[in-house]
Ligand binder design. Structure first.
Ligand SMILES: [Zn+2]
Length: 562
């Protein structure tokens, strides 16, 4: 199996040169890596213009392990499922990899002139070894399984650092064993952001990846790339855009233009990813909004079939963001679809502020605005601000015609806001959860719009849905461990409530005093928001007869009446 010699040169929008040389295969397989990175894009560039302050993405590397001796038209690759216990991207399918460590740059890497590239190869190789026990180092072929296991133990127990370990055992990395296939930056809507180098490597014949104990991965398997891609198409797995792109690219075979195809999308060259399809037929389109920190973006969802599109929560008031969304919708329209409706999950400005702008665009470009649907209470609150044309009813099914036909059941789930809806796709188990569950930040329950008792009831309603596979929240990445996440939300609230009740019983009487005792883990600047949440808990406790309000702002524990 060999790929003819080729050189791929790409220039990205920042004017950086990306060159991937694939040498004519010699003694070793075709896999080779050579990239030239000049000044990396850093927060300065990402924060340019109107963007709110964003986290600086951390360097990371992921290794796409393949078996070159399998069918080149549908090669086997190794993928793994991230543990459902992880707060960040738990339950997602991914490749072994992780964050760069300071010592990675000290590892011996031959045939690589660029220290940055060498450090990222070293990072990827170390992560691969740590997570699945495969050691992609020259000289490792003479080690026994037992020796490799003892090396791994040395590394994991930190007896030896990665560069020391390689040196001590006379091992080194060789850049020609690694092929650079892209560098993707996590969109600015995530709590953790990475600038990840994706690297393809052939699995050494005598080694077998096995998920190690300390790994963030819970299971892994060899799978034909085409089968993996089909699993995604059948809505059976959830993956971030670079992983999905890798599945698609490998599924088309190990062709001469493989690297070129990997690098053919601008996002593989660190262009921001806007349109995110964690799950087929559901586009998550994060829009910059004046939302509550730490979130900076609100997710708009475009649910589509072969014929129709539903737009949920176009919430950005900013013209450039509205244009970006309109472009994405126009793209779907140009493929023969029509927009059926704009639907709102709830009343908050960061979910509704782009409705009229989008409809103006539809009127101008496509000749007519589309109807806007929302809960009656949402529509009433938005009177004179946003034109809502019809009321969506609890339990109503929104049907999208075409392939695959999609039926979204509207679930009235108040608590965060009075007229809040979630939308449930019974066929695939996807749930658009609005702001009831989010992938980033916490959910504010702010009375009188917010109501803690209703909120917990709504979470329980969501928990009872059968077959839940993914939550698409109003902020942050999708949640691929829905039941774990809902349980976590419920228990978090109940724990807070217990502490609040205890504080009241110990004499704290105002929300401010209660926050000072109970929210010791929350920074001062968030305390005024925490006071609103405490008030919501106090109202619930009062409903339940456990506390009494004694004046406008003070509470005490209810007297025992037995
Ligand atoms: Zn909200």
């Amino acid at each position: 199996m060999a790929i003819p010699g080729q050189v791929v040169t790409v220039k990205d929008s920042a004017g950086l040169d990306w060159s991937a040389d694939i040498p004519v295969p010699q003694r070793e397989p075709w896999l080779a890596l050579h990239t030239e990175m000049k000044e990396p894009i850093r927060a300065g560039a990402l924060n340019a213009g109107k963007m709110p302050a964003l986290q600086i993405p951390k360097d990371a590397a992921a290794i796409i392990l393949v078996r070159l001796d399998t069918d080149p038209t549908n090669p086997e690759m190794f993928w793994a499922r991230r543990s459902t216990k992880l707060a960040f991207l738990g339950g997602f399918y991914a490749f072994p990899g992780g964050q760069r460590e300071p010592s990675d740059i000290e590892a011996p890497v031959r045939h690589c002139d660029d220290p940055e590239t060498a450090a990222m190869i070293s990072c990827g190789a170390r992560e691969l070894f740590e997570e699945v026990g495969v050691l992609l180092a020259r000289g490792a072929q003479t080690l026994t399984i037992g020796q490799r296991a003892s090396l791994l133990d040395d590394l994991e127990s930190k007896r030896l650092a990665w560069p020391e370990l390689l040196n001590l055992y006379g091992l080194h990395l060789d850049a020609s064993d690694f092929t650079f296939v892209g560098r993707w930056v996590t969109p600015p809507f995530a709590p953790r952001r990475f600038d990840t180098w994706f690297v393809l490597a052939d699995c050494p014949a005598k080694q077998q990846p096995r998920i190690t104990e300390d790994s963030e991965l819970e299971s892994g398997e060899w799978i034909r790339a085409g089968d993996a891609y089909e699993k995604w198409q059948r809505s059976e797995v959830i993956a971030v855009p670079p992983v999905l792109h890798a599945l698609k690219t490998l599924a088309a075979g190990l062709t001469a233009d493989l690297v070129e195809r990997f690098l053919s999308v601008p996002q593989a060259r660190r262009e921001p990813t806007r349109r995110i399809e964690f799950f087929p037929n559901y586009i998550c389109f994060p829009l910059r909004t004046p939302t509550k920190p730490p979130a900076t973006h609100t997710n708009c969802y475009l649910v589509y079939t072969s014929r129709e599109i539903l737009v949920i929560d176009p919430g950005s008031p900013y013209e450039d963001e509205q244009l970006a969304l309109a472009d994405c919708v126009d793209d779907l329209i140009s493929q023969g679809r029509t927009v059926r409706e704009i639907i709102l999950t709830h009343v908050h400005p960061d979910h509704v502020a782009g409705v009229d702008g989008l409809n103006e665009h539809f009127s101008q470009k496509h000749g007519a605005a589309v109807p806007v649907g929302a809960h009656r209470l949402t529509a009433e609150s938005l009177k004179n601000q946003v034109s809502v044309n019809r009321f969506v009813e609890d339990d109503e099914v929104l049907k999208l015609n075409g392939e695959p036909a999609i039926r979204l059941r509207a679930l009235y789930t108040p608590g965060h806001a009075r007229g809040h809806f979630c939308f449930y796709d019974e066929r695939t188990g996807a749930l658009i959860s609005g702001d009831n569950i989010v992938g980033f930040g916490s959910v504010l329950i702010d009375p009188p719009e917010g109501n803690m008792r209703e909120y917990l009831d709504s979470l329980r309603t969501m928990r009872l849905l059968p077959n839940l596979s993914v939550l698409f929240g109003g902020h942050g990445p999708a949640v691929a461990n829905p039941y774990e996440k809902i349980d976590e939300y419920i228990s978090h609230r109940l724990q807070r409530e217990e502490l609040i009740l205890a504080a009241v019983r110990e004499g704290a009487s105002t929300p401010k005093e209660i926050v000072a005792r109970v929210y010791t883990d929350v920074p001062m600047r968030a305390h005024s928001m925490a006071e609103r949440a405490v008030l919501a808990h106090l109202e619930k406790l009062e409903d339940e007869g456990l506390v009494e309000q004694t004046s406008h702002d003070t509470y005490r524990a209810a007297q025992a009446n037995d």
